[in-house]
Ligand binder design. Structure first.
Ligand code: ADP
Ligand code: MG
Length: 391
């Protein structure tokens, strides 16, 4: 990676301001999944071990620029304290005189959590004065918030204009793995795309189509390609506005693009629906495709044999409903068992599908950023990465 990280800068005795993505799911004030907090522990421990005082910045939920007590980062600070095994001080805000005094008083090895940056409307506007106030709390800025890197906000981009800026370990890992999919991938390089819509992923398809050796398409997205081939799709999800684009992509990709050969259809969008496996062709009226079929799984397995790099974005079916999760889980298991491949999972639903399949730890990398990983795979310059100093 050509960006500076916390290894490239002297942190000893410094006040380090770190932007993390601690936007965890909460239910009535209780954290239901602390993955994002755990993901920051290596960076936090390293900074503290270097003899720095640490000030942590994050947003949480969508308070829309107003103070919403139920979106306080206090429970996150408490959970972080448990995981670190040391106290974490909680600031009443992220800017202002009281917070400045707390930051000034912080000693090496101590941690201060600032309050939700999105309590201020200036955060999402990337207001320069607000960014300057945040920056005044520290001497070095560490951006480890990959999940927010596709947004230019004050706490991840604005701050960087006032302080030396380096990446944390999570940011480094995300850039490291995702760039193996976009720059000089080891070949054969196979891209698997699925999910609901082509229009969400059109940028990813266009960017990766040229780089990949094969493009396997499943999920709802495949329906629109079938519609472009003139097939009747019954009540399947088809994106009429993207049929023309699908036709162009089919033409441009040639035999690189591999579509399902069979499908699981259902007579309702429900776990209790009647189900049938059909070869791809006409879907009867009132029925819809909700998963790829077993022959398609075999075909995809064959296409993946010998792969050295695999990127997967988008589930193969409606995996949220158990009867239609088999295709997605089968593909997850195939990836988990590839002997020599770097396997990279991007996208929020894809990450949860791989977790649900029980094979997340068998993947080389499961991205922590849904929207950010898609923007990266589209080949976009992410503003939160652009502000990190080059080596
Ligand atoms: P990611 O978050 O990984 O980028 P998407 O958000 O693009 O993935 O797609 C995930 C959604 O696609 C899931 O909610 C899933 O139910 C839906 N989906 C997958 N296959 C189908 C299908 N055949 N019909 C309708 N929806 C589908
Ligand atoms: Mg999604």
């Amino acid at each position: 990676m050509n960006k500076k990280t916390i290894r490239d800068i002297d942190l000893q005795g410094k006040r380090v301001l770190m932007r993390a993505d601690l936007n965890v799911p909460l239910k009535e004030g209780v954290i239901t999944d602390d993955t994002r907090i755990r993901a920051e522990l290596p960076t936090i421990r390293y900074i503290l071990d270097q003899g720095a005082a640490l000030i942590v910045l994050s947003h949480l939920g969508r308070p829309k620029g107003k103070v919403k007590p139920e979106l306080s980062l206090k429970p996150v600070a408490e959970r972080l304290a448990e995981l670190l095994g040391q106290p974490v001080k909680m600031a009443p805000d992220c800017v202002g005189a009281e917070v400045e005094a707390m930051a000034q008083a912080l000693k090496p090895g101590e941690v201060l959590m600032l309050e939700n940056t999105r309590f201020h409307p200036e955060e999402k506007k990337n207001d320069p004065e607000f960014a300057r106030q945040l920056a005044s709390l520290g001497e070095i800025f560490v951006n480890d918030a990959f999940g927010t890197a596709h947004r230019a906000h004050a706490s991840n981009v604005g701050v960087a204009h006032y302080l030396p800026t380096v990446a944390g370990f999570l940011m480094e890992k995300e850039i490291d793995f995702l760039s193996r999919a976009t720059e000089n991938p080891e070949r054969p390089y196979i891209v698997i795309l699925g999910g609901a819509k082509i229009s969400d992923k059109i940028g990813v398809i266009r960017n990766l189509m040229g780089k990949a050796d094969k493009l396997l398409i499943g999920g709802g997205m495949a329906n629109t390609f079938f519609a472009a081939q003139g097939l009747e799709m019954g009540d399947s999800l088809v994106e009429e506005s993207a049929v023309e684009t699908a036709r162009e992509l089919l033409e441009a990709a040639g035999d690189k693009l591999i579509l399902p050969v069979d499908a699981v259809i259902a007579d309702a969008f429900s776990e209790e629906a009647q189900r049938r496996v059909i070869p791809v062709g006409t879907v009867p009226p009132g029925w819809r495709i909700l998963d790829i079929g077993p022959k398609t799984v075999e075909r995809f397995a064959a296409a993946l044999r010998g792969a050295r790099t695999v990127v997967w974005n988008g589930p193969m079916g409606v995996f949220e409903l158990e009867p239609f999760a088999q295709g997605t889980f089968a593909v997850a298991r195939i990836l988990a068992e590839l002997p020599d491949a770097i396997t990279i999972i991007g996208g929020g639903d894809s990450a949860s599908a791989v977790k649900k399949a029980g094979v997340a730890d068998k993947m080389s990398h499961v991205s922590t950023g849904g929207g950010a990983s898609l923007a990266f795979l589209e080949g976009k310059v992410l503003p939160g990465i652009a502000v990190i100093e080059d080596k």
